[in-house]
Design a binder for this molecule. Structure first.
Ligand SMILES: C[S@@+](CC[C@H](N)C(=O)[O-])C[C@H]1O[C@@H](n2cnc3c(N)ncnc32)[C@H](O)[C@@H]1O
Length: 415
């Protein structure tokens, strides 16, 4: 009977194979101890890691027969060893060990991804990001995927999401072939247009069309920021920026990227919408995705504050308010109606203010948002002079809180 644990199975099969080659006992033990402990398996394929069977002591035994023993021990008929992803076309250097055809199909979250193993890349570690892409796209949106590959991010958006159309840019012929196949296989080809060639050229036909742009190239996607921005409609939209950030602190990397975007389009507003860790990229470095909200309108700020002129406070503290439309109320009368009407991006709430406290305004905001009667401001900030009042605001759902007189230091003004 076949043992269930594939490691034991590989061990048994290799012991038998090596013994038949009359390997001396010490060496046999050394080789068996050096068998791979990890590999990736899907359908009828096993991908061995780059280091598997690479040590010199294997050299003498490696042959077609050797690989066949490994593949049948692991119960597959395609066996490959992965190498580096190389070059600007991100071509894979997979080594085919057993099998004649490298075309494989991976099924993930109900989506089929077909591709040539030895010619295209597929990162299994990005599974959560692929799922997320299926959730973020909104109905009627037009999306540009500047580095589409075989459709890693576009396919979930088309299959699981409700976007109207995706423009996929790609220059690797093998990836384009797989992308075409994947669109048909998943029955979404009518929702996608492929723009073949260098996106620095094909982007000319995509200026001002998109509500959302995916920038999924590692490690230096900054080089395409200008392309991504050019694709967005005049009023703005969302950029999904992939990058490599220090694992311990994403803040500086994010600030740097926002700064680079502002340099390209100083008249627009750029704010962090969210940040997502995809996976570890290297020791101390993570692959992350920064979602940036790009807007051509001014950020609306509404303050409920009864004693300090917040506009004057910010200006005297050196904050550039030209990108903000500012409104202050000196009491909280009809606060919810005022918030609904102005629809602020940033809401500043003092605590001790008549007739109802900032905390009560916040509770009302929460209730109205829950009942879908109010758009939640992107940032709600408690600005009491009392630390404990600010703590209460945080408990009640404020995004941050800061002592009023330090408000100029808040990162929100760096948009
Ligand atoms: C890194 S892959 C996408 C992989 C995917 N983000 C993932 O993590 O699984 C990026 C794709 O962009 C394509 N690409 C890179 N530079 C390009 C350019 N200038 N124009 C068009 N496609 C490009 C590459 O051929 C590759 O298929």
């Amino acid at each position: 009977m076949r043992r269930e644990d594939p490691h034991l199975h590989l061990r048994d099969a290799m012991t038998k194979f090596l013994t038949s080659k009359i390997v001396e006992e010490d060496l046999l033990r050394e080789l068996i101890d050096d068998l791979p402990q990890r590999w990736e398996k899907f359908s009828n394929v096993v991908l061995l890691q780059n280091s598997a069977f690479k040590k010199p002591h294997w050299k003498e035994y490696i042959s077609i027969e050797f690989w066949q023993v490994v593949s049948s021990a692991l119960g597959v008929n395609i066996l490959v060893r992965i190498g580096e992803i190389i070059g600007e076309k991100r071509e894979s250097t997979v080594e085919m060990l057993v099998g004649d055809d490298d075309w494989v199909i991976r099924r993930e979250n109900g989506i089929d991804y077909g591709y040539n193993l030895t010619k295209c890349m597929f990162s299994t570690g990005n599974v959560n990001e692929r799922r997320r892409m299926g959730e973020v796209g909104k109905r009627d949106e037009i999306v540009v995927d500047l580095f589409a590959g075989i459709g890693y991010y576009s396919l979930p958006m088309l299959v699981a999401g409700e976007v109207e159309k995706i423009h996929c840019c790609e220059w690797n012929e093998n990836a384009i072939k797989a992308l075409n196949w994947n669109l048909k296989r998943n029955k979404v080809e009518h929702l996608c247009k492929i723009h073949e060639g260098d996106n620095r050229i094909t982007v000319a036909g995509l200026k001002g069309v998109a509500n959302r742009v995916i920038l999924g190239l590692l490690p230096n996607v900054e080089q395409a920021f200008d392309l991504g921005l050019a694709c967005l409609v005049d009023s703005g939209g969302i950029l999904h920026i992939h990058g490599i950030a220090p694992a311990k602190n994403y803040d500086d990397w994010i600030a740097e990227k926002l700064g680079e975007l502002r340099e390209i389009e100083p008249a627009k507003t750029f704010v962090e919408h969210s940040r997502v860790r995809v996976k570890s990229y290297a020791p101390h470095w993570d692959h992350i995705v920064l979602d940036v909200l790009v807007s051509s309108r001014k950020q609306r700020v509404m303050a409920f504050e009864d004693s300090v002129d917040i506009n004057a406070l910010l200006v005297s503290g050196g904050v550039d308010l030209t990108k903000f439309e500012f409104h202050q109320y000196w009491n909280t009368m009809d606060a919810i109606d005022k918030i609904r009407e102005f629809s602020p991006d940033i809401l500043l709430l003092d605590h001790f203010i008549p007739p109802i406290k900032g905390l009560e305004v916040l509770n009302l905001v929460n209730q109205n948002v829950e009942q879908a009667e109010l758009n939640r401001p992107r940032k709600i900030i408690g600005i009491s002079s009392s630390n404990s009042a600010n703590q209460d605001m945080l408990y009640a759902g404020a995004d941050s809180a800061i002592v009023k007189f330090k408000l100029t230091e808040h990162e929100v003004w760096r948009a």
